[in-house]
Every structure is written in C-alpha cells, then in structure tokens.
Design a protein around this ligand. Sequence first.
Ligand SMILES: [Zn+2]
Length: 230
Amino acid sequence: MNEEALRAELVERSRELHQRGWVANHDGNLTVRLGPGRFLATPTAVSKGAVVPEMLIVVDEKGAVVQGTRGGFSELKLHLAAYKARPEVQCVVHAHPPTATGFAVAGQELGPPFMAEPVVSIGPRVPLVPFGLPGDPDLEGAITQALAEADVLLLANHGVLSTGPDLETCVLRIELVEHLCRIALVARQLSGPTPLPTHVVEALTEKHRKLFPRGDATATETPLPMEASG
Ligand SMILES: [Zn+2]
C-alpha cells in the first residue's frame, strides 16, 4: 500500500474509533510504520472523529515530528516501544473502549481462555500492563515484556493497546477484546466463565502462532502463559 492509501486508511480507522464509542475528547491514537525510523501518526489534541489527511504527522523513532504541522501525542512512546519490541508489527492502535477499559481500571484480566476462536485471533492471553504515565520508562519496559507473549494489551487504569500487521487487524483485535470483556462480565454475573481445557488452548495457540508469525526470534521462545490467572 502506498503512503497516500495508508493516510486515507489511517483517517478512516481514526474516525471509526470515535464512531464506535471507543474514545472521548482527544483520546486514542493510531500509527503506521512507513519505513526505518518513519511512522505515520494521528496528531495530538484532536478528536479522532475530526481527523483529516492534512492533519497527519510523520515522526522518527524518537518521536520527533519530521513532517506535518501538528504536534505528536504523549502516548507516542508506547507505540514506539511496541515497534521496537516487535519488528514485524506494522501498526499500533490505542483506544479506551468502555468495557475493556473497565477491566483495566478494575485491575482485572480476562483470565484463562473461555472461547476457542479468540485464541486463534489474539492468542491465549491479553496481559494487563501495570499503570504508568506516558514517558515512564517502567511502562515502556512492561509493554515490551508483555508484547513478547501477546498482540493486544490492557493498560491498567487506562485502556487497550493493539498491534498488528495492518490497521484492520489492530481494530478487529480491539473489537474482539471489548467483546470478550462484555461476555466475561455477563458470565461473571452467572456462575463465571468455564475455562477451555489446557490441551485445546495449546492447540489453538499453535494455530495463532502460525497465522501471525513473530519477527522477533526471542518471542517464540517465551513460555506460553497457560497458567495465566484472572
Ligand atoms: Zn490513552
């Protein structure tokens, strides 16, 4: 996809975050890897529903704006940490979808997988990364660590960070996590979700790894988080 098409898609996806009620005020941000040390990004201080192509900026690997007239957003460092941790990741999307963010502010993970298809799409775990303000090196370190085993993360007291090979996948991953959190919320009001058997989760995780191979050789050596608790 050429840069013009990427810009058009970034704007479309930005507006989608707003239309779906996953952001309020100036919340949320999206980036796309253009090439070595070049990332296309939404600008700071604008509603994701009001982004137009001329507003987009290009930043370098340190977050400095190298193209465009607007400023970079404060959470850019989180995106850059994700690109550094996972060389094959092409896009990062961050939003505050209400139910998944509810889990994140309550300090709760989804727990062991309770449905099959999501494991194939996003792996066996959506880790909860401890709270930190943007720019906190501990937060960036925690994101790097969490991305070694997962593609989409809950950020404590904050929201969701999604990575992927393209913007569509990033947005679908946020949609899926939000949906799973809604299902978990209902299940917890009943008898609680019944976890899938471990051997089933292992087989599904294998499928996930084949569908979405890692660029980082060390990531495949990370033990599977089968013992993850909720
Ligand atoms: Zn945020």
